[in-house]
Unconditional design. Structure first.
Length: 70
C-alpha cells in the first residue's frame, strides 16, 4: 500500500508540474503547427478544462486568438 501511495503522489506531482510549465501558446503548440489541439491542451489543466469554451469556431483546435482569451 505504501508503494501505491508513493506512486500516486509522484503522478500528482508530475501532473501539476507539467500543467505549471505549459502556460504559453508556443509551449503548448508542441508540433509547431500554429494551433493547439485537445491533446496538446491536456498538458495544461486550466486550458484543457475550458477547451470547448475557448474553441469558438468549434474546429477542435485553439488558434492564438482563441487561446489569448483564456
Amino acid at each position: 500500500m505504501n508503494t501505491l501511495n508513493k506512486t500516486l503522489a509522484l503522478i500528482a506531482l508530475a501532473s501539476s508540474s507539467a500543467a505549471f510549465a505549459a502556460t504559453d501558446f508556443d509551449t503548448l503548440d508542441v508540433d509547431g503547427n500554429g494551433v493547439i489541439s485537445q491533446q496538446e491542451a491536456a498538458a495544461d489543466a486550466a486550458i484543457s478544462a475550458k477547451f470547448t469554451e475557448l474553441d469558438t469556431d468549434q474546429n477542435g483546435e485553439l488558434s492564438k486568438e482563441e487561446f489569448s482569451k483564456a
